[in-house]
Ligand binder design. Structure first.
Ligand code: WT7
Length: 657
């Protein structure tokens, strides 16, 4: 880490914020809770024995494992060594075999108002058909399939069909551009792409298939077949011999598919996430450990009662939250859940609350950005809907400020539902730090403590544990079952990114502190990664996108504090010599980033400047730009090669207003 990227004074100040309020679970909630505080003691006494027990209780193995963990070649872990299982069997067939085939697995709510409910028996048949179809296209163990779909049941069906065949999926969020899709297809060497004509967003069809066509037209991809789900009915081009309608290929397949078991370490999926360089990392997850830890989180953090709960995670399956808490975690446990296609305000701002009332949702999992937005829209909107079925609320994606936490508890949870703030990452695969809702009092704004069987610490620059109320770095000090097994195709980058900052510890990239009770508070990223509405974006990746535009000479991007989205992307751009800024320049650059990466990466503000603040060695000091973007007095600029640069930038940004 470079000194200019260290936590700012402001972060350190904020870390002194003291939260005195805590909320005990109601006696009724505590009495029925799956998890008690005994779990911490059990895991501490015999950590690996604890995970072995969870693995055998929560998951069905075709062949039992012989060793719980092989850590002989760190940081490359093998969990549940010798164990064999089929992930899709665990998520589907076994619930049918147990007599729960008629239980609804997915209540789908399309944005335009169409609905569809699939029972576990129906979903098992659909996934079997899809697996047969993929097998007929030559997909099998060792292959990769790219999935670029809207939030429709076929997304989960496709993922589970891959898992059933032992093939790894690489889901690409539908909001990513054809360029982003292209590079991900190439990096993962995907042979098949599953997509749709489009999906519904903000009240109208939003196309996907044209982006796949563009991506494949860029060339050099190993893609042989494209399966296209019909969702919107919009016209699409179908390439002869390459593109097939899902309905034609899947519907004619038998509804039975005999699964086979795969090694616990068989790759389950690759999911790309932004790092500190321009190139996204393909985070690799495998089967056994990932499934065990997610099932455990469902049971303990979400206190899931599969017979009676209705679970709803509002994430998109294109992110890890959707992988772990729409597909694998809930389905491994046989949960009934909601899958909603669209935006929270289509056709009206009460859409989410209306869905909760309609289906009697008991457990709701969402992001601080969504909650802050709902807060802004006003309490009267949720008040119009019957939310009395709710019994537990969860938050994920970014630090939740105590105000939003309190609003969530009071307005959505009627002061009755525990709120669990869950900290984890694409890399960790499953919840790592979160309260156990029936076993302890919850505290607004804090993720509180590592789950049983998970060991973390907050350390200083030299790797020593910090004192309470002192900002430091969050590290994970013992391997965990759902940990990433690497970066696809790049073992060295895996070591460098996560395991080289501190010896024998996983460096998460987050600042954190302990409070006086020993509870953990998150202070945001300490690297060049931004968090916008709970979505991870790389400053460098957006800078590369900007300089790829013909008008741009140099660009620097920072994440500036934003009341609603947590952070917002703010760019400082130097135009090429001879190019004058016109009225359309900023909008054109924003659109260009949208095309290069996706709409989510578009800068909220772009400042055209004459120069950028650089150290003598030529490194851009983003810390100073962040000061400008957050409308603060610019900090210490003495290490700049040219100290006057910041005065010029501040003056020019001030003049824009
Ligand atoms: C980064 C991981 C985990 C799924 C969604 C995001 C931030 C996530 C919290 C939380 C404070 C959080 C961290 C982390 N983050 N949850 N509860 N409190 N920060 O996954 O895209 O891999 O991003 O999101 O900075 O490192 P991701």
């Amino acid at each position: 880490m470079k000194p200019e990227d260290d936590m700012s004074d402001e972060t350190a100040m904020e870390s002194l914020h003291h939260e005195g309020r805590t909320f005990d679970p109601s006696p009724e909630f505590a009495a029925q809770a799956n998890a008690s505080a005994d779990l911490y003691a059990a895991a501490q006494a015999d950590r690996l024995g604890f995970w072995a027990k969870q693995a055998r209780e929560l998951i069905s193995w075709e062949t039992d494992f012989t060793d719980t963990l092989d850590w002989s070649d760190p940081p490359f872990a093998k969990w549940f060594v010798g164990g064999r299982l089929n992930v899709a069997y665990n998520c589907l067939d076994r619930h049918v075999e147990a007599g729960n085939g008629d239980r609804v697995a997915i209540h789908f709510e399309g944005e335009p108002g169409d609905t569809r409910s699939l029972t576990y028996a129906e979903l098992t048949a659909e996934v079997s058909r899809a697996a047969n179809a993929l097998a007929s296209l030559g997909v099998g163990q060792g292959d990769r399939v790219a999935i670029y779909l809207p939030m429709i049941p076929e997304a989960a069906i496709s993922m589970l069909a891959c898992a059933r065949l032992g093939a790894a999926h690489s889901v690409v969020f539908g909001g990513f551009s054809s360029d982003a899709l292209h590079s991900r297809i190439i990096d993962a060497e995907a042979r098949v792409v599953i997509t749709a004509d489009g999906g519904y967003r903000r009240g109208k069809p939003s196309s996907l298939k044209p982006a796949v066509d563009d991506a494949l037209a860029k060339g050099d991809t190993p893609v042989e077949k494209v399966l296209v789900v019909k969702r919107t009915g919009e016209d699409v081009d179908m390439v002869d011999g390459r593109d097939l309608w899902w309905d034609d290929v899947v519907a004619e397949q038998p509804a039975e598919h005999r699964w086979e078991s795969f090694d616990a370490e068989n790759p389950l999926f690759i999911l790309y996430t932004s790092g500190t360089t321009g190139k996204p990392k393909g985070i690799l997850h495998t089967s056994g450990g990932y499934l065990v830890q997610n099932a455990f989180a469902m049971q303990t953090v979400f206190d899931l009662k599969p017979e009676s709960d209705v679970f709803w995670c509002t994430a998109d399956v294109g992110w890890v939250t959707g992988h772990s808490y729409i597909v694998y975690g809930p389905m491994a446990m046989g949960a009934t859940q909601i899958m909603y296609e669209g935006t929270p305000d289509t056709p009206h701002r009460g859409r989410w609350w209306e869905i909760i009332a309609k289906h009697g949702v008991t457990t709701f999992y969402s992001s601080p950005t969504a909650l802050r937005t709902a807060m802004k829209w006003g309490d009267d909107i949720p008040a119009e809907h019957d939310l009395s079925s709710l019994r537990l609320l969860g938050s994920v994606g970014e630090p939740i400020n105590p105000e939003a936490w309190m609003w969530y508890r009071r307005v959505i949870g009627a002061d009755r539902c525990p709120v669990v703030d869950t900290w984890w990452q694409t890399e960790t695969g499953a919840h790592m730090i979160a309260p156990l809702p029936g076993a302890m009092a919850t505290k607004p704004g804090s993720s509180q403590r590592a789950l049983p069987g998970i060991v973390v610490d907050v350390v200083d620059d030299s790797g020593k544990p910090v004192d309470r109320n002192t900002a430091g770095y969050l590290v994970i000090t013992e391997p965990w079952p759902a940990m990433l097994r690497g970066i696809y195709g790049d073992p060295q980058r895996f070591k460098d990114t996560y395991w080289s900052r501190f010896e024998n510890m996983y460096f998460a990239g987050d600042g954190a502190r302990y409070d006086e009770d020993g509870d953990i508070w998150f202070l945001g990223r300490v690297d060049d990664v931004m968090n916008v509405s709970g979505h991870r974006l790389s400053t460098t990746e957006i800078e590369s996108a900007l300089v790829s535009h013909e008008a741009v000479a140099e660009a620097a991007v920072v994440g500036a504090e934003d009341e609603t989205s947590g952070q917002a992307v703010v760019a400082f751009v130097i135009l090429r010599g001879g190019i004058e800024e016109t009225e359309g320049t900023v909008e054109e650059l924003r659109a260009h980033v949208g095309r290069e990466i996706g709409p989510i990466a578009k800068p909220k503000r772009i400042h055209i400047v004459a120069d950028l603040p650089k150290t003598r060695s030529g490194k851009i000091m983003r810390r100073l730009l962040k000061d400008v973007a957050e409308h603060r007095k610019v900090g210490d600029a003495t290490t700049l090669a040219d100290a006057s640069v910041m005065d010029v930038i501040s003056a020019s940004v001030a003049a824009e207003k």
